[in-house]
Design a protein around this ligand. Structure first.
Ligand SMILES: Cc1cc2nc3c(=O)[nH]c(=O)nc-3n(C[C@H](O)[C@H](O)[C@H](O)COP(=O)(O)OP(=O)(O)OC[C@H]3O[C@@H](n4cnc5c(N)ncnc54)[C@H](O)[C@@H]3O)c2cc1C
Ligand code: SF4
Ligand code: SF4
Length: 465
């Protein structure tokens, strides 16, 4: 038995270790034994096809975003933008940074945030810079969403909004290989990294993918995230036909959005109240998170030509219509943006890179200070984990914040199991009760911090007297 093949290594480290994000790139290589399938917890994961051999010499390690043999975001970014852009330690090689929204047509109304995602895709098509857009749209059949190619502005518009749902790229990569053309692809940071890695190995992909549009990313969810909302709105997971994860609600802060769902046997869309009035809205709890996301250090998509997220900043969040943060790296996209600003199609303010970081402060805390601690835990237990740009450490965190990090991992792990149990028993309350036992302890770690904050403030005031 040959156990030193790349296939075997990827399987033993990334896949069995739980670091696979299901991007599907390893399944696209000739003779690859991998396919991407839903696991028992409704996450897409690479797995060995039935009867396939692990002994073939198929090169996959340089393609996987979580393998130790692939280039990291700094190396990829330097190769792409190192000659023209300035390096920022959290945003990669940057050209310009903005906050704002689209002031043209219905991009903003239809988008999750300020509508920039669909606008930049549409503009690339309108300016004849690409022939097709690869993005994630609602799908009929077994899955609610999948990667699809749009070739008209109407088709692009049908893809607006954020899909907090498992997706993979192997099928769409085969389509790009089959049909010549110039494409732009939208993806989460690790998906864009996979595409950049694939383009280094595959001349056809390198030639055809002209632009990579990155979405800022907190973490990816299993398909049960959507089921959790539907179930609370009276639609059993088996009957969930459609979901919009970002339904804007007038007269609320942009962060207080709802979801809308459609049941298979009812034509009436159900719109939720702000999600904080339902159970499970706190992203910090990390319900249904992929484990890979706890070992990721790219928040904004550092290898993308442009990164697009939400401006979670006090000066913008009050506007329920939504505002984007934007990091531009590619010169062509930069020119499109500047022209559209002059034509008043984009209402953009230039902001500092630090403001962009501030807009994602929780994401950066989790994937810098928090990640260092999680890496240290893995090393202490002598378990394999991917090489990261963050060094393992525990000393920088108080015991309480270390506990918070461990509880976050527990919350994510238990959410998968507890939801499955709730499904088996047909009772959503089982999920809620089981999760609440950890949530309560987790929330205590914040309460103590708040007390300490009050105490510190009091101390400061007393010192001034
Ligand atoms: C899993 C996930 C986590 C996110 N986490 C954060 C976060 O922590 N902080 C933050 O500021 N922003 C985050 N975002 C990005 C945010 O939700 C918006 O997508 C972004 O602000 C763009 O909004 P828009 O109105 O400009 O784009 P829109 O006009 O709504 O266009 C969005 C485009 O992205 C495509 N798309 C949607 N979902 C996916 C997907 N899963 N994979 C690939 N393409 C997709 C759509 O097809 C569409 O073309 C996340 C997005 C996702 C999918
Ligand atoms: S992360 Fe992507 S490339 Fe790596 S094992 Fe999973 S599907 Fe394959
Ligand atoms: S958190 Fe990181 S690993 Fe997880 S989906 Fe987002 S970019 Fe990928």
């Amino acid at each position: 038995m040959k156990d030193n093949t790349e296939i075997n290594k990827l399987n033993e480290t990334v896949i069995k270790g739980g670091y696979c994000v299901g991007c599907g790139v390893c399944a696209t290589v000739k003779n690859s034994p991998f396919e991407v399938k839903f696991d028992e917890f409704a996450k897409l994961q690479a797995t060995i096809k039935e009867g396939a051999s692990l002994e073939d010499d198929v090169e996959v390690l340089k393609l996987c975003p979580f393998s130790d043999e692939s280039e990291n975001e700094d190396e990829i970014g330097k190769g792409l933008f190192g000659d023209t852009n300035v390096k920022h330690d959290k945003l990669g090689y940057i050209n310009s940074t903005y906050a704002g929204h689209v002031d043209e047509e219905s991009f903003r109304d239809n988008g999750s945030s300020g509508g920039m995602g669909s606008w930049v895709l549409t503009e690339l098509l309108r300016q004849n810079l690409v022939d097709g857009i690869i993005h994630v749209k609602p799908s009929e059949g077994d899955v609610l969403f999948k990667y699809t190619i749009s070739r008209t502005t109407e088709e692009i518009s049908q893809g607006s909004s954020s899909r907090y749902y498992p997706i993979e790229m192997s099928e769409v990569i085969s389509l790009i290989k089959e049909k010549a053309g110039r494409y732009a692809i939208v993806g989460l940071p690790c998906f864009i990294k996979s595409i950049r890695l694939l383009a280094k190995q595959d001349a056809v992909i390198n030639e055809r993918i002209k632009f990579c549009i990155g979405l800022v990313c907190g973490h990816l969810k299993s398909a049960h995230f959507g089921s959790m909302w539907g179930w609370q709105l009276g639609v059993h997971p088996d009957d969930l036909e459609k979901i919009n994860f970002r339904h804007k609600l007038d007269n609320n802060n942009a962060s207080k959005y709802g979801v809308s769902v459609l049941s298979k046997d009812d034509d009436n869309e159900i719109i939720s109240p702000p999600l904080n009035e339902l159970y499970g809205a706190n992203w910090g709890w990390g319900f249904f998170k992929y484990q890979a996301c706890d070992y990721c250090d790219d928040v904004v998509g550092e290898t993308a030509d442009i990164s697009i997220g939400d401006a979670w900043l006090p000066e913008y969040v009050k506007d329920s219509k939504g505002t984007n943060v934007i990091v531009v790296r590619d010169k062509t996209i930069s020119r499109l943006i500047e022209k559209a600003r002059v034509e008043k199609k984009l209402h953009f303010d230039e902001i500092t890179p630090e403001k962009v970081v501030q807009s994602q402060s929780s994401g950066f805390n989790h994937r810098r200070e928090g990640l260092a601690y999680r890496l240290q835990l893995k090393d202490k237990n002598n378990e394999w984990r991917p090489e990261k740009r963050v060094s393992p450490n525990a000393d920088h965190l108080s015991k309480k914040i270390q506990l918070r990090q461990e509880l976050r991992m527990d919350l994510a792990n238990q959410s998968h199991v507890a939801f499955q149990e709730a499904l088996k028993n047909g009772q959503f309350s089982l999920f809620k009760n089981r999760m609440n036992s950890i949530v309560k302890v987790y929330e205590q770690t914040y309460k103590i911090t708040l007390l300490r904050k009050v105490f510190n403030r009091l101390k400061k005031t007393l010192n001034k007297i």
